[in-house]
Structures are given as structure tokens and as C-alpha cells.
Write a protein that binds this ligand. Sequence first.
Ligand code: NAP
Ligand code: GLV
Length: 326
Amino acid sequence: MKPKIYISRKLPETVVIRLSEICEVKMWDKEEEPVPRDVLEKEIQEVDGLYCLLTESIDRDLLHLGTRLRIVSNMAVGYNNIDVEAATERRIMVTNTPGVLTETTADLTFALLMATARRLVEASDYLREGSWKTWSPMQLTGQDIYGANLGIFGLGRIGEALARRARGFDMNILYHNRTRKLEAEEQYGIEYADKETLLRKSDFVCVLTPYTPETKNYIGAKELLLMKPTAALINTARGGIVNEDDLYQALKNGTIWAAGLDVFEEEPVRTDHPLLSLPNVVVLPHIGSASKNTRLKMSLLAAENLIQGLQGETPKNLINGQVEKG
Ligand code: NAP
Ligand code: GLV
């Protein structure tokens, strides 16, 4: 008998076909609407595997309902939406999709940095709304990117890919992790800095750490005050890492110059959120990995992880290896 799985969002057909070769598949068949919680609560009781997105909160209560659940496969590299500890206690495997989205997300991060530095969205709106009357010396002037100091919090897969892009723009690169990466320092000519030094020296601060209890509110009023008044903050990691109220105040008061945000504490962000009222903020709807190729690769990798787990193999991207022990 085929194992049963539930897919929490409509997936590309090729992925569903692949999963159907091995599993009995049920899917929430809408693309633009997340599965309601009560539906997920019902479906999880019936299945051996769950294929989910970062929009679903796979918390302790939900996992408790999955009495026959063996694996949760997340179609994202970040897995802060899943209570991994609760899953491990119940010997449920949890997998994610690292690597395949690294370059695409680094592209978007650098694009957001450039759009913020050079005020691209504001300038485009200025033209479209008919405000462009003449060329003028200081009109819509931004910050230089080449030769500027880039500070990266979280020099992991995406952080390193971002550093490679920044080198091409002759940027001076600083990073801060909990562990130094000597090889990357040598390879990319980058410098390790403590948190305070990175904030003080950088013209662009990019946040690329995972969202964990340790990184919740990692950038708040105290950190923003250390930044240069000409600096920009770019966040393509997760919303809760930067305190949004503090960021709003810092941008409004001129403590920092601008921000570029692909992620928000609550997603979708409310259109009346104070941050969206500021002209010096570039906002995107969490599209870091959104290229056609990469999203297909992510959805296939999540499918393979799920299949491997259900076939008794160790999934390629198993997060909680402890479930296999004992
Ligand atoms: P990764 O390879 O695991 O890199 C994360 C880096 O953060 C590591 O170098 C880690 O180094 C550092 N880090 C972790 N905790 C830290 C802390 N408390 N203080 C300072 N540094 C810390 O992950 P990745 O693949 O690059 O992805 C990073 C994150 O990007 C994901 O978790 C996800 O949330 C986000 N993301 C967003 C999008 C999007 O669409 N916007 C797309 C992909 C990923 P140490 O362990 O040495 O500290
Ligand atoms: C996207 O945000 C991811 O974590 O893959």
C-alpha cells in the first residue's frame, strides 16, 4: 500500500506526478490561498507525510494530531515555522531545501540593496506620476554601492554568495557569525567583526541569519543607533529578526538612511503598516527565491526528501538526525 501524504498548496504538475508514483496524494488545490488551519488539522490525522510551505505553522498542537505522521517536508530552507523539538520528541523527521535557492536569493538580496541605495522604486514612481520636469543636480540622489562597506550578519550559504557578488562591486566586506569562517575570509578577502563594529562601520547591513530564539529582535533600537545615518539595512532573512517598530522610528528620525525588506514579522504585511508609509523603504513580498527554475528545484527537492523518508531512507536534508537514533 502506498503511504499517504498531504500537500498544503498547489504544486507544479511534474512534482505532483513524481510524488504520486510513490504516494497516495491529497493536495490543497489553491495557489494563492493558504490551507485553513482546520483543514490542516483534519488532514494531518490521516497521513504518513506532510509537504508544507513556510506559510504553515507546524506547531506542537498540530504535530500532536499527526498520530501516524513520519515526516514533515518544508519547501524552504528556513524552518522556523516548524517546532522541530516537538517533532523530534514524536520521532517525526523534518526536512528543508538548502542550497538550491542560494544563488537566486543572493541575487535578490543584492538587487534589493541596489534598489534601496539608488532609490529605484521611488524614482520609477516619480516618473510615472508625472513629477519629472527636468534633470537636476541633486534630484533623487542615493548612495554609492561600489567601494562601500557591506556588513553581513550570517555568512552562511546565501551570505557567502552575496559576498561574491559584492566583490564584483569593489565593496569592502565585513561579516559576523557565531563561528569565524577562516577559509571564506581568505577566499573572498572579507573581515570578521564583532556585532558592534559591523554596525558602526557598514554602509549596508544585510541580515541573513536563520530566525531562532537567539536572533529574534537581533536588530533593534540599540543596534540601529550604532549604524551610520547614511546606512541602509537590508533584510531578506526573516521579519522577526529586525524589530519593526524600532526600524520605523529609526527610518523616520533619520537614525539610518533607508531599508530594503523582503520579509516581515507578519506575512502578508498589512498595507497600512507604518513601514509602508515611508519613502525610504523598498518592500517586496518575500520573493528571495522566486525564480521559475529555483522554485521548481525547491519543490522537487522537498518531494525527494519526503519520498526518501517514507521509503525508510535518510532524507538528503534531514534536520533532526536524532529521530534516527535509539
Ligand atoms: P545558513 O547557510 O545556515 O547560514 C546562516 C548563517 O547564519 C550561518 O553562517 C550561521 O553561522 C549564522 N548564524 C546563525 N545564528 C546566528 C547568530 N545568532 N548570530 C550570528 N550569526 C548567526 O543558511 P542560508 O541557507 O544562508 O539561509 C539563511 C536564512 O535566509 C534562512 O534561514 C531563511 O530564513 C532565509 N531565507 C530567506 C529567503 C527569502 O525568500 N527571503 C530565501 C532563502 C532563505 P553560525 O552558526 O556560525 O553563527
Ligand atoms: C524562504 O524564505 C526560505 O527560507 O526558503
